[in-house]
Design a protein around this ligand. Structure first.
Ligand code: GDP
Ligand code: IMO
Ligand code: MG
Length: 431
């Protein structure tokens, strides 16, 4: 019997998903991205060398793994080819083992232009998007006007659809946003030129994954972003434009939910957020700066500083429910090593009512009072520890509180950015 595991972020992204996908990849034959696009930035440290992946699944560093980009991903071919070139220039072969769904909606220059124009117009009320055109590309998919990857091999259809879309976007850009027009011919020429390069990588991903499952081969599904950025369940409207919860692994790859065996929720030992939006346990003080400095909390895609705060266990509870998490992986425990005390958000006081689960619809932060539980710090190094029993007692207590409050067992703990800085309590492939 094969085993399929979904890895998702339980917070607002950047929990350390890439590192854990890479680490678990030694137990699988395939790794699948199923939503998001090149707004993701997944960092791997292997033997002192750093790699940041945006679209290509984090299993690619293992030579015998096949990587898949499922239909749920919005695809910038330009970003993809750049990433392939970067990896291949370091000797990692990609083109012969990366398969892309023909149904992926494409991100084209007019999506990026509209994304940035909207943010500019919103001013202080901006979402703080990555400016990669993600939102407009998903809008096109739902509006049934998207140019899908397979369309680039049908010149007549491509020309018709592209013309309609360029006209539509140029109207918006010039009339609503006072921006310049996008050029139809340059997009058409680019897509025509790269079509033969991309063609050998295109597959019926759903069928490929079905065949692998039938052969008993294990698969990993690599989530991007995090559950609180989910377009339905996150802190709307300060979210991304895809579903990033575990259920999206099915819709975004074409593998039915019955075939998912275990869901691993990656949770940073504290909380970070890039861009605007509510963040009840945020620290706008020296402690926040200390978390940011020790945790090196700078966005891996846009280089923006990440906002930092204590772990929000009430938000984690929400995340556990919407994802159906089987086990947690707590990352960046080592970042808390030098703190005198550590706080855990256990709920919120909102207008005289206490909530122990993140409520929906908290776009206004003014009346939310986070309620904390405080524990003393362990004040010793956990960096690179690989055995649970070697962790300081107080660190084990902290982990125990996270498991108790969220109601989810902790199966993996990460004590450093390197592949090997990992403690395994239960290997999801061996349960
Ligand atoms: P992702 O988007 O969820 O894959 O996470 P990112 O790669 O954007 O951000 C996580 C950052 O934390 C990266 O710089 C990782 O190298 C780093 N990291 C991951 N796990 C650990 C850990 O346990 N300890 C420390 N100190 N850094 C970690
Ligand atoms: P990984 O996979 C953190 C955030 C952006 C912005 C919001 C909407 O590395 O965890 P978008 O460009 O998607 O329309 O932006 O979502 N965001 C992320 N934050 N990590 C990510 O990915 C993110 N991808 C998008 O900062 O607030
Ligand atoms: Mg990231």
């Amino acid at each position: 019997m094969n085993k399929n595991i979904v890895i998702i972020g339980t917070q607002w992204g950047d929990e350390g998903k890439g590192k854990i996908v890479d680490w678990l990849s030694e137990s699988v034959k395939g790794v699948v991205r199923f939503q998001g696009g090149h707004n993701a930035g997944h960092t791997l440290w292997i033997n002192g060398k750093k790699t940041i992946l945006r679209l290509i699944p984090s299993g690619i560093m293992h030579p015998n793994i096949t990587c898949f980009i499922g239909n749920g991903v919005v695809l910038s071919i330009e970003a993809l080819l750049k990433e392939i070139d970067e990896l291949e220039s370091t000797g990692i072969l990609v083109k012969n083992r990366l398969y892309i769904s023909e149904n992926c909606p494409l991100i084209l220059p007019y999506h990026i232009a509209l994304d940035t124009a909207r943010e500019k117009q919103k001013g202080v009320n901006k979402i703080g998007t990555t400016g990669r055109g993600i939102g407009p590309a998903y809008e096109d998919k739902v509006a049934r006007r998207a140019i899908r990857l397979k369309d680039i091999f049908n010149p007549k259809l491509l020309e018709e659809k592209l013309e309609d879309n360029v006209n539509y976007y140029n109207l918006l850009l010039t009339k609503l946003f006072n921006e310049s027009e996008i050029n139809f011919s340059s997009i058409k020429e680019y897509l025509t030129k790269i079509a033969p390069i991309i063609e050998p990588m295109i597959k019926d991903v759903s069928n490929c994954l079905y065949d692998m499952c039938e052969k008993g081969e294990n698969l990993l599904f690599e989530g991007a972003q995090g559950a609180l950025l989910d377009v339905d369940h996150g802190t709307y409207p300060y979210v991304t434009s895809s579903n990033c919860i575990s259920g999206a692994a099915s819709t975004g790859s074409g593998v039915g939910p019955k075939n998912i065996d275990y869901i691993l929720g990656i949770t940073k030992a504290y909380t970070t957020r890039v861009g605007s939006g509510p963040f009840p346990t945020e620290l706008n003080d020296d402690i926040g700066i200390k978390l940011s400095t020790i945790g090196k909390e700078v966005g891996s895609v846009t280089g923006r500083p990440r906002r930092c705060g204590w772990l929000d266990a009430a938000a984690l509870k929400r995340s556990a429910r919407i994802n159906g998490i089987s086990g947690l992986c707590i990352t960046k425990l080592d970042v808390l090593d030098s703190f005198d005390y550590i706080k855990i958000g256990v709920g919120y006081q909102i207008n005289d009512t206490f909530y122990d689960v993140l409520p929906y619809g908290i776009s206004n932060l003014n009346n939310i009072l986070p309620i904390f539980e405080t524990i003393s710090g362990w004040k010793s190094s956990t960096a690179s520890i690989t055995e649970f029993d070697k962790l300081p007692e107080q660190a084990r207590y902290y982990l125990g509180r996270i498991a108790d409050i969220s109601g989810i067992p902790i199966d993996i703990i990460s004590t450093g950015p390197d592949r090997n800085d990992t403690i395994v309590l239960r290997n999801p492939f061996m349960i």
